[in-house]
Design a protein around this ligand. Structure first.
Ligand SMILES: Nc1nc2c(c(=O)[nH]1)N=C([C@H](O)[C@H](O)COP(=O)(O)OP(=O)(O)OP(=O)(O)O)CN2
Ligand SMILES: [Zn+2]
Length: 146
């Protein structure tokens, strides 16, 4: 099996609703997204010969997803009062509502699934919330413990 690893970063704010502690406040992170793809075979065509995928394409595909979340306030749907959300939007802030709690674990699953939808065979997606803390999502190991 061949494995490729590529990473991108984005800077965004979030908060954890229903969290007792400092992370209930709006705060920012430089989120580091590390994507690992895999393949049993390598390509055979001239330009891509000997590659799983061109790093340039992999990088571009990750960057597209990461850029969507960049410089925004990432909120879990229904975690702010409608009037608060409206007021923030009226101020012109970029707000992205997510249908999940914006934790590192769930962002890892989010990026994993985004890359699967683009046709990649995923090994793992890892999200660093801080330089010291990260969460990973993968599905292979889940299958083997069923
Ligand atoms: N399992 C998880 N735990 C926590 C998450 C998470 O996504 N998954 N997220 C948070 C908060 O978002 C918080 O910003 C992280 O807080 P903390 O670990 O305390 O980070 P610091 O800013 O203090 O950075 P360090 O580099 O670790 O000092 C909380 N928990
Ligand atoms: Zn945080």
């Amino acid at each position: 099996m061949y494995y490729l690893k590529s990473e991108q970063c984005f800077d965004s704010a979030h908060f954890l609703a229903d969290y007792e502690g400092k992370c209930k406040n709006i705060h920012g992170h430089r989120w580091r997204v590390v994507v690992e793809v895999m393949s049993l075979v390598l390509q055979d065509e001239k330009q891509l010969k000997g590659m799983v995928v061109d790093f340039a394409k992999l990088k571009q595909d990750i960057k597209k997803e990461v850029d969507y979340l960049d410089h925004a306030l990432l909120i879990e749907k229904n975690s702010l009062k409608i009037t608060t959300l409206q007021a923030l939007r009226e101020e012109g802030f970029r707000i992205i509502e997510l249908d999940f709690r914006p934790t590192a674990e769930l962002f890892a699953r989010y990026f994993y699934n985004k890359m699967v939808k683009k046709g990649y065979q995923m090994k793992r997606a890892t999200i660093y919330e801080t330089p010291n803390n990260c969460a990973s999502y993968e599905e292979d190991s889940c299958l083997s413990i069923r």
